[in-house]
Design a binder for this molecule. Structure first.
Ligand code: ZN
Length: 410
């Protein structure tokens, strides 16, 4: 069950894609099911290999094994359920039975074919308790679980219509196959992944630099999560373009840093999501993965360093966790400082979201040792180009933002 670094999880990169006439043939006379955007994203992740070795949405045996043992039925580690939910009424109306196939549509156009291997129900409370460690529906992952409809369909997914990614997203879009090519072109043998949903401040920049040293890596791969947004989050465009500016402005050499994206809706599953992030980045060709404070956590459901501890309980995953403590701004050291090194913890200044907000909303000119001026310029430009004047998600952005992707008729 232990495979080598750079080999995908499960040993084989999954690619389930049909194009052209083969795709048109495959969807002939299939019943169609419109899917919401999160499911569309998951179909792409499955079919393009981000979720290797998953070939489709989990069947009952796999889901049960993931929930109870953090493993697929095959034995491979898998920590976050990837399920296709549907109402019993819809199953009945479509007359869906095991062995059938259905066409999944998005934005009114064909997206993927789902082969019905299994139609089942599952105890959502047990799922929440095991995956999230709580049944409190104030936890966003638990709320998402409770909101699932009452049946799950398990079975393989094949993409039949490849979405068009729009700018600026297209510049940062790599599948496991194209990312592995990009990694090879750069001559990177060791690649450390950085999971983010942030515009980078100097603390983020230094955490990446620290991980590059700690892992003796050739490259840092920023993999920003692009998915459902809440009010007050940074807008996706500012995250991606802000991250890439750190390289463009020379804070990293041009060939040691790269920004990319992952279509994923955060589950905030803390340590379990940390494992999931590691597996996806392994599939993208990374050998190492950064985990700092409170990785993928929310509220007070998980210990600050729960994501550090979980890896010691697992067999080697073929991607090494690079664990770090806090980076802060130290007025004595006069720059970003690391909790494990700086002797002025009593004078630390947290590089907090609140500080960033004051800077971005214009009330405070940034100290370049806290926030790079080039990043600020790009983020302000993104606010104007994409955010209706704000670098943060507003109602207006949610209602009118440029779509990340769209589908043409097949
Ligand atoms: Zn210091």
């Amino acid at each position: 069950m232990v495979d080598n670094a750079l080999s995908p999880h499960g040993g084989e990169l999954i690619e389930r894609v049909l194009t052209g006439e083969a795709a048109r043939q495959r969807i002939q006379s299939l019943p169609s099911i419109p899917v919401r955007e999160p499911l569309a994203r998951e179909c792409m992740n499955i079919a393009l290999g981000f979720f290797s070795p998953l070939q489709g949405f989990l069947n009952q045996a796999d889901l049960h094994s993931v929930v109870e043992n953090m493993r697929l039925a095959s034995g491979y580690i898998w920590s976050v359920p990837v399920v296709f939910d549907i109402s019993p009424q819809q199953v009945a109306e479509l007359g869906l039975r095991v062995g059938d196939s259905a066409l999944l549509t998005f934005q009114g156009n064909p997206l993927a074919v789902l082969e019905v291997e299994d139609i089942y129900s599952y105890d959502k409370e047990a799922m929440a308790r095991h995956v999230y460690g709580t049944t409190d529906d104030a936890h966003p992952g638990v709320a998402r679980t409770y909101a699932y409809q009452e049946r799950f369909i398990g079975g393989p997914v094949t993409l039949v219509n490849y979405p068009t990614l729009h700018q600026p997203f297209a510049d940062f879009w790599y599948t496991p196959t194209t990312m592995r090519q990009a990694v090879a072109e750069r001559g990177w043998k060791r690649v450390v992944a950085h999971q983010t949903r942030n515009v980078p401040h100097a603390g983020h920049e230094w955490s990446m630099k620290g991980a590059w040293f700690a892992s003796d890596s050739d490259g840092v791969l920023v993999n920003a999560v692009v998915g459902e947004k809440k009010l007050g989050d940074y807008i996706d465009e500012a995250i991606l373009m802000g991250q890439d500016t750190v390289r463009q402005a020379g804070y990293f050499r041009q060939n040691v840093h790269m920004t990319s994206m992952l279509l994923w809706d955060m589950r905030y599953a803390g340590p379990k999501e940390a494992v999931f992030h590691a597996l996806v980045r392994k599939n993208l060709g990374c050998t190492h993965h950064m985990f700092g404070r409170d990785h993928a956590g929310v509220g007070r459901y998980y210990d600050t360093y729960a994501a550090h501890h979980i890896f010691s309980e697992l067999p080697p995953l073929g991607i090494e966790p690079v664990l770090s403590l806090e980076w802060w701004y130290c007025p004595v050291c006069k720059g970003s400082a690391y909790e494990g090194l700086c002797g002025h913890a009593d004078q630390k200044e947290e590089l907090s979201g609140t500080l960033m907000r004051r800077i971005l909303e214009g009330g405070e000119e940034p100290d370049p040792a806290k926030f790079r001026p080039e990043v600020l310029t790009v983020v302000r430009q993104c606010a104007s180009d994409y955010g209706f004047g704000s670098p943060f998600v507003t109602e207006q952005y949610l209602a009118n933002r440029n779509p990340v992707m769209s589908l043409d008729p097949l």
